[in-house]
Design a protein around this ligand. Structure first.
Ligand code: MG
Length: 323
């Protein structure tokens, strides 16, 4: 017996276009899914792909969903459609009441910092808002300037602050070593705030170089762009990666497969948003709550209020009706 499946595409505009390694990102597009069973139970899900992370396109997901003929029989979703796997599986979990929809405390969420020297003024504001962990984009300006700002930052901020430095795969090997040496030096001083990790210093095809650096420096390295899907997590794990993994559940694929990977290997995971709506966010946070180690590292979900709309304030049913 099938479950009624309905799909609605959405597009929403970023209040400020996002700078990505692939240019400006002005509009976020995706699909909302609604499942309805014969008992009248409703479950919402979201397909929120990021094509340059290797996810399927919205069109490919829509084609798959439309081909189901308005009914979901719980069949296999191909691995080539990881965001669709997440959307359908989490809609089903919502229908069966497995998604609590509890928003974490702001102290459990990583705050985002702007690139460049304005970080020095913004970071204290983020701490005043309640964040305890902050993420800063690096590899944007000259490295000597950026390391100088970092030195200032760890001195200014309370010692309990954790900083994540995200290079989006944009550093050279020599620059990565320069950053790691600076981080190790600063982390050696207990009077200063801590650099929790350096995120994706090198492009995804340089895993072995990052693994070797991970053995030479004390500051942890995190993979992000390298591990968009559970299949890539599994591959990096089997190639010996034991550093941090940043996981975006909305594009990682099947939540069940992700949970199985976590239970089997207990990797160091940090969960992160893919700029999904409140529907995908609830499902992604539910996965994070199930799979995070204890104590859990801060959640990379400081992404509310980034869009030029009021959707963050709507319930899933209201958001669905709005489309
Ligand atoms: Mg990143």
């Amino acid at each position: 017996m099938g479950i009624e499946l309905a799909v609605r595409p959405y597009r929403r505009r970023f209040a400020q276009p996002l700078h990505t390694a692939h240019g400006l990102w002005g509009w976020r597009a995706g699909l909302l899914i609604r499942l309805l069973d014969r008992r009248g139970r409703v479950g919402y899900g979201e397909v929120a792909p990021i094509p340059w992370f290797g996810s399927e396109t919205v069109a490919a997901s829509l084609a798959f969903c439309s081909a189901q003929g308005g009914e979901w029989r719980g069949g296999e979703v191909p691995d080539a459609l990881p965001a669709t796997q997440f959307g359908l599986e989490s809609a089903l979990a919502d229908l069966t009441g497995e998604i609590a929809g509890k928003e974490p405390a702001i102290s459990a969420i990583c705050g985002l910092l702007p690139a460049g020297p304005s970080v020095l003024g913004i970071a204290p504001q983020r701490l005043a808002q309640g964040h305890r962990t902050l993420k800063w984009k690096i590899g944007v300006g000259a490295i000597t300037d950026e390391i100088r700002w970092l030195e200032q930052l760890v001195e200014d901020l309370p010692r309990s602050t954790q900083l994540r430095l995200d290079a989006n795969g944009g550093l050279s090997l020599a620059q990565t070593e320069q950053w790691l040496a600076a981080c190790d030096r600063l982390n050696n001083n207990p009077q200063l705030a801590t650099v929790e990790y350096l995120e994706q210093p090198l492009p995804p095809d340089q895993l072995e170089a990052m693994r070797a650096l991970g053995e030479r420096y004390k500051t942890a390295i995190a993979l992000d762009e390298s591990v968009a899907t559970v299949a890539q997590l599994e591959a990096c794990w089997s190639e010996g990666w034991r550093g941090v993994f940043v996981v975006k559940p909305a594009i990682a694929g099947s939540p069940q497969r992700l949970q199985a990977f976590c239970q089997q290997h207990q990797p160091r995971l940090v969960f992160s948003s893919a700029f999904e709506t409140a529907i995908g966010r609830r499902a992604a946070l539910a996965i994070a709550a199930r799979c995070s180690p204890c104590p859990a590292p801060a959640l990379g979900f400081g992404t509310q209020g980034w869009f030029d709309d009021d959707w963050d304030t709507l319930t899933p049913a209201d958001l669905w009706d709005r489309l």
